[in-house]
Design a protein around this ligand. Structure first.
Ligand code: GDG
Length: 472
């Protein structure tokens, strides 16, 4: 097999396999983020093709070498739905839903991580660079370093890293930290996440941690330095601006408003249907505003896109039932023949439609209870080329660190959430413009290309330093 100097390892390959067996680009943000680097470097991407029990040879796709890792139906259930989505996901999102700790899930997680590490080791060239993505693969950095000490290894954590008081619940807390410390650079969304991580290292390993890095003692008596730092992820701003400028997308935005009965204000929520996103809190606040007659169904409509997600995990099935019960009750109480309170859509849409929705929405509601970054907030801002619209943004989303001119809110405080939504609905155009211009500057300066460049520059620096010190 041919080898590559730069390799990305992620749970999923950047493609979806259609019913006809043909591969198409999958629309995810990570693909957009890494595509430019992949093309520059003739890179390879190691990941699962998305279907259980499918064994495929490596193949070329759009200038990248794709290296599929096979997962059995049992692996999907135990490593992916179990350990990743029912243990790490709730634990790392501050136990909003109770994490489940199952030894069999953990054993499969270790096994599958080893498979990813071996696949990466087999494809990366001597002295090459591997960039591991996210919580499904936390053991890969260490496994890879053991297999290939010549490599430079980066890891990026897309979700929050919790405080030690919560993290310490994890029965395998030391193994996971050891896995991550196998990387030269461990990237997080927020400064607070990097801080939680290094505090856990100090508590469990007593290693010295400084701004310049964690000092990890090696068996031969030397010290290896690993950098843990925040690199807030972003979006392909130009792609959203380009879509927002298209006349047909703007026409579609007008059509959406029309089909909702031209309400004075449209509120919008766009989330994977996930308990971390605060959809229930948002619905509760909106329902109470209608009940209190602070908003009127003739004037204001909430559009909630809740794209289907992790539908085989119990907590997600329950959440869907609760949300749909709430939406049904609110609509039953307040709808008129011509106007609906909530237009609820449990569907996924093409990106053009998402941008049309962003353009149609006067107020974007991002009320996550915990979120690594939240790209929807940035996509809304990027799409508002008219410098209008109001972003209501939870302080528990990583995006809140950068987007200071949003209306920031604590979604647990329903009273204040209601006040903030009302303030957004009634905000004068001049104030909207002032805030949106400032938000747009932030998002434009810090797009996804800047994100990947800053991470890879940091990785290159650590590599140069460790070579200079002869630790590699
Ligand atoms: C994880 C972290 C972090 C959603 N519905 C549709 C659709 N989407 C797109 C959005 C956005 C993406 O999915 C969701 O990204 P988020 O950042 O909001 O959330 P997660 O999926 O939870 O992502 C998160 C992220 O990783 C990156 O590091 O920000 O904190 O949890 O791009 O637009 N896209 C289309 N149709 C839909 O129906 N086309």
């Amino acid at each position: 097999m041919s080898t590559a100097e730069f390799v990305v390892v992620a749970n999923r390959l950047p493609v979806d396999r259609g019913a006809d067996g043909e591969f198409k680009h999958s629309p995810g943000g990570l693909v957009a983020a890494l595509e430019p680097v992949m093309k520059r470097t003739d890179g390879a991407w190691v990941g699962w093709a998305g279907q259980p029990d499918l064994t495929l040879d490596p193949f070329e796709f759009d200038g990248m070498l794709l290296v599929p890792v096979a997962l059995s139906a049992d692996d999907v259930e135990l490593y992916y739905e179990g350990m990743s989505n029912d243990t790490f996901w709730p634990l790392y999102h501050d136990v909003i839903s109770p994490p489940r700790y199952r030894r069999l899930w953990w054993e499969t997680y270790v096994e599958v991580n080893r498979r990813f590490a071996e696949a990466a080791a087999s494809v990366v060239s001597e002295g090459g660079t591997v960039w591991v993505q996210d919580y499904q693969l936390q053991l890969v950095p260490k496994m890879l370093r053991e297999l290939r000490p010549d490599l430079t290894i980066g890891y990026f954590h897309h979700i929050p890293f919790p405080a030690y008081g919560l993290y310490s619940q994890l029965p395998w807390r030391k193994q996971v930290l050891e896995g991550l410390m196998g990387a030269d650079v461990i990237g997080f969304q927020r400064v607070a996440d990097a801080g939680n991580f290094t505090r856990s290292i100090r508590r469990l390993f007593h290693y010295e941690t400084r701004a310049s890095g964690i000092r990890i003692p090696q068996e031969d008596g030397s010290t290896r330095v690993a950098l843990a730092k925040a690199f807030p992820i972003s979006i392909d701003v130009d792609a959203y601006v380009e879509l927002a400028r298209r006349p047909e997308v703007q026409a579609r935005a007008a059509e959406i408003r029309e089909s909702l009965g031209n309400p004075k204000r449209i509120l919008l929520g766009v989330d994977r249907l996930d308990y971390t996103k605060g959809i229930r809190h948002r619905l509760k606040a909106f329902g109470e505003l209608l009940h209190d007659e602070r908003v009127n169904v003739e004037d204001v409509t909430l559009v909630q896109v809740a794209s289907p997600s992790r539908e085989r995990v119990e907590a997600y099935m329950q959440l869907r039932d609760e949300i749909e019960l709430t939406v049904g009750r609110i609509n039953g109480d307040f709808d008129t023949m011509g106007h609906t309170a909530i237009r609820y859509l449990h569907q996924g849409y093409p990106r053009e439609e998402m941008v049309a929705l962003y353009l149609a929405a006067d107020v974007m509601l991002v009320t996550a209870l915990r979120d690594g970054m939240n790209l929807v907030a940035k996509e809304y801002v990027a799409s508002r080329i008219d410098n209008r619209g109001v972003l209501v943004l939870s302080e528990f989303a990583g995006a809140a660190d950068e987007l200071g001119m949003a209306l920031r809110v604590n979604p647990h405080d329903i009273g204040s959430l209601k006040d903030t939504i009302e303030r957004a609905i009634t905000m004068p155009g001049a104030e909207q413009g002032r805030r949106m211009r400032s938000l747009r500057r932030r998002v434009i300066e810090n797009d996804v290309d800047a994100w990947s460049r800053s991470f890879l520059d940091a990785l290159a620096r650590v590599r140069a330093d460790s070579r200079a010190q002869g630790t590699r």
